[in-house]
Each structure stands twice: as C-alpha cells, then as structure tokens.
Design a binder for this molecule. Structure first.
Ligand SMILES: [Mn+2]
Length: 527
C-alpha cells in the first residue's frame, strides 16, 4: 500500500504510535474496502487497534484529513490551470443501528429510520473529471427537528442569521477552499441549486472566489444594470441564442436516456439583495451582486418529456459561445461528486459500520473519504490519460496480481498502460470488455478492486514463503483453491479457480497452505 504511506506521510496525531496506527489501519481498510473492520484487519489484535484509533480523541477528523489536503494541493500544482471544486452534502443513515449515540435526524422528521450523520465536502476535480482530493470536510449530526407548523418554519428561517443556519456549511467550505488556493491554480467552486442563496453570492464576491452554480429560483434584478430587465428569467429569455448544443441526458428511474438540443444564452445581470427580517436583517449584506447568467434550454422537447432547462450563475467572464459551452460542461462534471458518494455508500459500505458513537463514526468516515477518492482517482486517470504507464497509479504488487489473475502469468517487464490496467481490473469485476460495453464503470472497477486484493495478499504471502520463485511455481499457485487445505487434509488439490472466497477465510486458508508446504509458521504474521 505505497499510496497510503505517501498520502499520510506527515500525519500528526501528536503521538508517533498513533500516527503509525493510522497508516496501518488505512492500508488494511483500503485493501479490503467494503468489508467490516474486523474482516479488513484480519485478526483480533488488528481489529482492536483500529477500534482504539477510532476511539482516540487525538485522531481528530482535521488531523486525519490534514496530510491528504496537503497531498491534494500538490496534485493540483502538478496539474495547474483551473480546478473545479465541487461542493455537496451527503447523508449517511445509521438509523438501522439503534444503539448508535450522538446521531441526529437526516430527513424532515425525527423518525427512527431517518437518523445518521451529515457530511459536507469540497472535492477538487480536474476539468476533465479526475478527482484530486478533498479541500474541506465537515461531518455533524443535526439537532432534533422542532415541532412547529409550516408557517412557523418559514418565519424561523427568515429571521435566523446565516451563521446559525445549516446553509452556512457552503460558506465554511468556501472559506477553507479559498485559503488553500495555490499560485498558478484557479479554483472554481461548482455547486447545485442548494447553494443558490444570496449570502453565498455575497461572500464569494467578497473573497474573490470564482463560482459556477445552478440557479434555484428566479430573482429580482437592478433593471438599470441589467439592460432594463426586472428578473433573471426575463433577462435570459430575451437574450439572443449564441448557438445550440447537443447534450446526452442520462436515464434514471423516471426518464429514458436521450439526446437533447439546447439553446445557449448568456445575460450579464445585477441581482438585488433580498428583503430580510429580524436578526437576519442586521447581519445580511444589502449590496447588489453582478453575475453572468448562462441558460441552456430546450425549446422543443419530445412529447411527454420535460424540457431541459439549466440556468447557471457565475462570476467568471463569459465572452462568447465557446466559453459558455465550457461552463456548461464544467457544471456537468459536478456529477463526479455524486459518484464519489456512491463509492462510499455502495462500494465502501460505510453505512454498515457498527462503531457505536457519532465521534467514532466521524473519524471512520473521514478516513474512508480519502480511500474513496483514491479508488476513484485511479479509475478516472485511466480514462483521461489512457496511454501513460500504469506504474504511477498502480503499485508493482497490484500490477503483478492483475496479470496473475487475468493472464495467469507474471507480468512482462514493460508496464501495462493505465487503460490496460483498469480494463484488467474491470474484467475481474465482471466487465465483459466487448466493443459495446465501453470503458468499465465505477461499480465493476470497484468489484475488481476488492477481488484483486485477495490476490495481492496471497501473492505476497506466497512470495515470502519462496513459493513463486521456487519449484512450487506460479502455475501451482494459480491452481490451488485454498479451502482444499482444511484441517487434517495433507494434500493440496489442484483446482482451476481462485474466485469467490471471503477474504478472511481465504487468507487463513493460505496461511495454512503455506505453513504446511514450507514449515515456516511465522511467515504470514505480517498479512
Ligand atoms: Mn446537493
């Protein structure tokens, strides 16, 4: 797990032993993502050490995240140019673990089933969509939902200053992001409709932070500074189309996948500050804000289909059609952060974690966030720079294990390309690699990854025992199903497959095989 060491170098939990434990636990969890802690850690001692790490107040989320943020900044410097900083919120449900202390509601009620933790992130991507890492993260549990009527809710929200509202999460992440921007790199904060509130526009303007967000509502304008128009909708609807663009609309449960022709319009406008009441009035800014509206709208949707209408607000210059199209494409990249949420939930299965307090879960989620970024980083690098050698993103052991599993041989001296390596990983996860299948997606890569690590570990054990380079040989290694070496069985029967075993069972069987074969009882103590 070379990447774990590189990513966490400089970790400072103000205790050297704890620093080492962080790296060890990260390596164990990363090589078996999706498994419960006890399975990933292999034995009781390792499991207990991991529990102690997540229970230790010194292992604060900030301290766990700090070296990753530094590594992310380094990656951004290596890339240069614009970096898309996607902000978004994700909810983790722990309602099915009723013993968990310190969690709160994650829906609109105080219902038993909707309880958990909330996580808001700023995750950096290249304009081509490769995730680089986190710049800001906050995990918290919500207070109980007050019992009040609809009207009371509206009044409470109108009178509460922004600092006391949950939406201050956007401003907090914005401040943390701006403070990290290195020279030669331009951050652009990209966010969905939830971020469209006036204070976000004000604070971004004050901090000279570039933003590209989706508009939530129509807003009143200062007509003298908006070519006479009174609202955003009027302003863009009356603007001339700069050109049209064909976009792919992915299918979901309700709608079929289709292509759409959208007209692109741009309107520079000045937004009026909204009316405020109570405490919110004293603290809110009343300065109007200058933005560019980019509208990509469909004028003739197919019958029965909803017309596409994306209205974006930005403080970046949008001088022409090409530059408007680029902004629309950048906004479409926001999907990457949702993919990362999926990696954490369906890949790493973080909602199955049984740590019983919100504090422990928070540390655990922080660590898994970093592991999730890494897994996605590798998959997306292969799409963007397919022909570069895989050695920069895969370790020698990973490449070896890939070859052994896919080609039943040790790898040739020349490194495979990133694309080849990720395709091999995909094929382990069930990607068929036919022409019509395209490049493997995150889910199959994910499955491949989990399956690969069984082989990485077994190969390491076998090599330490001298099995790979000795007469016992790789071909024998490939033909052995570890379960054939159960208690009392002297013979190791050759079989054709090494798929389909639970990792812990597999490893203990391998330990057994190796002990019997080589009479080196201690050889596998490190795995
Ligand atoms: Mn969102």
């Amino acid at each position: 797990m070379e990447w774990v060491c590189a990513e966490f170098v400089g970790a400072d939990l103000s205790d050297k032993r704890l620093d080492r434990r962080l790296i060890k636990t990260a390596a164990q969890l990363a090589s078996s993502p999706g498994s419960p802690i006890n399975e990933a850690c292999g034995d009781w001692a390792g499991t207990q050490a991991a529990y102690r790490l997540f229970d230790n107040g010194k292992a604060s989320p900030q301290a766990i995240l700090a070296p990753h943020i530094q590594a992310t900044v380094k990656r951004m410097l290596a890339v240069g140019g614009p970096v898309l900083v996607m902000q978004d919120t994700v909810f983790f449900n722990y309602g099915h673990h009723p013993k968990t202390k310190g969690i709160g509601p994650i829906g609109n009620s105080n219902g038993e089933n909707e309880r958990g933790l909330i996580m808001h992130n700023a995750l950096a991507f290249t304009p081509a969509g490769v995730p680089l890492g986190l710049l800001s993260q906050k995990i918290w549990s919500r207070r109980e939902v007050p019992e009040e009527g609809h009207q009371e809710t509206i009044e409470r929200l109108q009178c509460t200053p922004i600092e006391e509202k949950e939406s201050s999460k956007w401003l907090h992440a914005l401040r943390e992001t701006v403070a990290l921007e290195p020279r030669g790199v331009q951050f652009i904060t990209v966010a969905d409709r939830e971020s469209d509130f006036f204070e976000f526009l004000t604070q971004a303007t004050e901090q000279r932070a570039r933003f590209l967000i989706r508009a939530r509502t129509d807003r009143l304008l200062v007509p003298e500074e908006s070519e006479g128009f009174e609202s955003i909708l009027d302003a863009y609807a009356s603007a001339n189309a700069l050109g049209s663009l064909t976009v792919q609309i992915p299918g979901n449960g309700k709608r079929k996948a289709r292509t759409a022709q959208v007209q692109v319009r741009v309107a520079p406008v000045t937004i009026k500050a909204p009316q405020r009441r109570g405490a919110a009035k004293a603290s809110g800014s009343t300065e109007p804000i200058r933005v560019q509206v980019i509208a990509a709208t469909e004028s003739n949707p197919p019958e029965g289909q909803e017309a596409i209408s994306w209205v974006l607000l930005t403080n970046l210059p949008v001088p022409d059609f090409d530059s408007a199209v680029r902004k629309v494409q950048w906004y479409a990249r926001r999907w990457g952060i949702e993919t990362w949420h999926k990696v954490l939930k369906s890949g790493c299965k973080v909602e199955d974690c049984l740590l019983e307090t919100a504090k422990r879960l928070t540390r655990y989620l922080t660590l898994f966030s970093i592991i999730g970024v890494r897994l996605m980083h590798v998959a997306y690098l292969a799409r963007v720079q397919p022909d570069l050698p895989a050695t920069e993103v895969f370790s020698a052991q990973e490449i070896e294990a890939l070859h052994v599993r896919v080609h039943h041989a040790l790898p040739p001296a020349k490194s495979p390309s990133r694309r080849e390596a990720v395709r091999m990983l995909g094929s382990l996860g069930g990607h068929l690699g036919r022409k019509c299948d395209g490049e493997p997606g995150m889910t199959v890569i994910w499955r491949g990854w989990i399956s690969l690590y069984e082989t990485v570990i077994a190969l390491r054990a076998a090599r330490e025992a001298g099995m790979i380079d000795s007469s016992w040989g790789l071909s024998d290694f490939l033909c052995v199903e570890p379960y054939t070496a159960r208690e009392g069985e002297e013979q190791v029967w050759p079989r054709k497959t090494i798929r389909g075993f639970r990792r812990s069972c597999w490893i203990s069987c391998w330990r057994d095989v190796i002990r019997r074969r080589c009479s080196i009882p201690a050889v596998c103590s490190g795995i």
